[in-house]
Design a protein around this ligand. Structure first.
Ligand SMILES: *[C@@H]1O[C@H](CO)[C@@H](O)[C@H](O)[C@H]1NC(C)=O
Ligand SMILES: *[C@@H]1O[C@H](CO)[C@@H](O)[C@H](O)[C@H]1NC(C)=O
Ligand SMILES: *[C@@H]1O[C@H](CO)[C@@H](O)[C@H](O)[C@H]1NC(C)=O
Ligand SMILES: *[C@@H]1O[C@H](CO)[C@@H](O)[C@H](O)[C@H]1NC(C)=O
Ligand SMILES: *[C@@H]1O[C@H](CO)[C@@H](O)[C@H](O)[C@H]1NC(C)=O
Ligand SMILES: *[C@@H]1O[C@H](CO)[C@@H](O)[C@H](O)[C@H]1NC(C)=O
Ligand SMILES: *[C@@H]1O[C@H](CO)[C@@H](O)[C@H](O)[C@H]1NC(C)=O
Ligand SMILES: *[C@@H]1O[C@H](CO)[C@@H](O)[C@H](O)[C@H]1NC(C)=O
Ligand SMILES: *[C@@H]1O[C@H](CO)[C@@H](O)[C@H](O)[C@H]1NC(C)=O
Length: 390
């Protein structure tokens, strides 16, 4: 594709002038949850968005995620069963039609990224799924996932950020807790791990940074958005755009990685189970807006936003309804906003990933390299001058 463009440009140098006029970039000065006119707002310089309704890949690393492969004995896993995490327990299952946001998936069932817990645990281990961002430089930010939890009881599904065992932000879903209260409502365990929880054997239950948050829906019923905003002062947890909890102690102070996992060790007090059939959580998207601890990324920001201009800060839309594809208007409600899929260039200098979505270019730039939109212009100019010299 790059070569084709280069050939085309070399053959038709006049094309450059036309193209450079239509090259419009937005958001050069970053992304903000609040409006820049609000009394409080925080700017995030970087983003990472995965549209799993339209992503097909055999290689998760290609889309920024490293599947984990490791074993823990029952003793290490602190349960009756050991845990093993395998790459093949993570698979993509996009919608059949690239232009739709609801409807049939390529492999049947709900479309999205699947993290499986396997039903065969006859060898004393429960096979599950875990993945971490390749990037390890997120340092404050707003982190969001659209997902539907597993309806077979006996697993733990988690969306979390991790630096080390005492600096960790967790949203953990135990499906044994779904259906527990009258009316079949759900719950989510919100945790900031701390030196105290490490001392208590990784049990945050007795610290102020543990909350069993009741939900007014069952998380295995529909897709919802779960989110945490991490600032130097606090971690705020949200469900479908609504603030549900804030924690101000043991707020992490290092850069780290975003994770997701789905597992069971049979511990009746936590994951329960294990289940006897394969069961998965389904992820429709992950969106992260954050600052980077990486000096290369910091320099890239100061070069694209040389002079701070509030009009070049883009507001991150709140997702205020469950992004669920079921129901008559599913195609509209499951369609959520992505800067990386928006027209023009709303993600200048950011990492963007290949998807099967035909609307979006299949551009992919690796972390640390300059985004395609910025790279094209100087290259074209260089090609133009060499073409003129010929
Ligand atoms: C955004 O505004 C809300 C409401 O005023 C405030 O509570 C919150 O702290 C602000 N967020 C940031 C990151 O400044
Ligand atoms: C993120 O980085 C930007 C640009 O350097 C800075 O203005 C902002 O204060 C940082 N935000 C936080 C929460 O540190
Ligand atoms: C997966 O993708 C990564 C990043 O693009 C690449 O480095 C790696 O070689 C790929 N692995 C396979 C098995 O193709
Ligand atoms: C994990 O255990 C399985 C058997 O349950 C074995 O096949 C595999 O090689 C082990 N992997 C590692 C990384 O030890
Ligand atoms: C779903 O919405 C998209 C636009 O967001 C549209 O292109 C597509 O045709 C719609 N599909 C159905 C089945 O309505
Ligand atoms: C992130 O990973 C890189 C490369 O593996 C390493 O050099 C760097 O120290 C890591 N950064 C953090 C904050 O852990
Ligand atoms: C919750 O109850 C519903 C309706 O009976 C059922 O379909 C679902 O499997 C249950 N979920 C769990 C995790 O037990
Ligand atoms: C986590 O990192 C912090 C800061 O480097 C350190 O003080 C703390 O002891 C570490 N915690 C664990 C459990 O290693
Ligand atoms: C938490 O507190 C309860 C009641 O004080 C106590 O029984 C339990 O052992 C404590 N748990 C941990 C992990 O310290």
């Amino acid at each position: 594709m790059f070569i084709l463009l280069r050939d085309a440009v070399a053959a038709m140098p006049w094309l450059i002038l036309a193209m450079s006029h239509t090259t419009t970039a937005y958001c050069e000065c970053g992304y903000s949850v609040n409006k820049t006119s609000d009394s409080n707002y925080a700017i995030y310089t970087d983003l990472m968005e995965n549209d799993f309704l339209h992503t097909a890949t055999d290689n998760m690393t290609e889309v920024g995620w490293a599947p984990q492969e490791y074993n823990m004995t029952a003793e290490q896993a602190r349960g009756p069963y050991g845990k093993e995490f395998h790459v093949e327990n993570i698979d993509t299952n996009p919608l059949k039609n690239n232009w739709d946001w609801a409807g049939g998936s390529t492999e049947g069932g709900e479309a999205g990224l699947r993290l499986w817990v396997r039903g065969d645990h006859s060898h004393g281990y429960v096979s599950g799924a875990e993945m971490a961002t390749v990037r390890n430089d997120s340092f404050y930010g707003s982190f969001r996932v659209g997902m539907k939890l597993a309806s077979t009881t006996g697993t733990c599904g988690a969306f979390f950020w991790f630096y080390n065992n005492s600096q960790e932000i967790d949203m953990e879903f135990l499906n044994r807790q779904f259906n527990e209260s009258a009316g079949g409502m759900g719950a989510v365990n919100l945790v900031l791990q701390s030196p105290q929880s490490v001392k208590d054997g990784f049990d945050a239950a007795n610290t102020s940074d543990f909350k069993l948050q009741a939900l007014n829906f069952n998380p295995d019923d529909k897709f919802h958005e779960y989110r945490f905003d991490w600032s130097p002062e606090r971690v705020a947890f949200y469900v479908d755009g609504k603030l549900v909890q804030e924690m101000t102690e043991n707020v992490p102070t290092s850069a780290g990685k975003l994770f997701m996992n789905h597992w069971s060790n049979g511990d009746p007090l936590w994951s329960a189970g294990p289940p006897d059939t394969d069961t998965s959580i389904v992820v429709s998207y992950i969106k992260a807006y954050f600052n980077s601890s990486d000096t290369t990324r910091q320099k890239a920001y100061t070069s694209r936003c040389a002079k701070y201009d509030a009009s070049k800060v883009c507001q991150i839309p709140d997702q205020t309804v469950p992004p669920d594809p079921s129901g008559a208007d599913g195609n509209a409600t499951a369609k959520t906003y992505f800067f990386t899929l928006d027209g023009g260039d709303h993600a200048p200098g950011q990492t963007t990933y290949k998807t099967t979505n035909s609307v979006k270019s299949s551009a992919m730039s690796l972390f640390g390299s300059v985004g395609a939109s910025i790279a094209y212009l100087p290259l074209m100019i260089a090609l133009l001058s060499s073409a003129l010299m010929l």
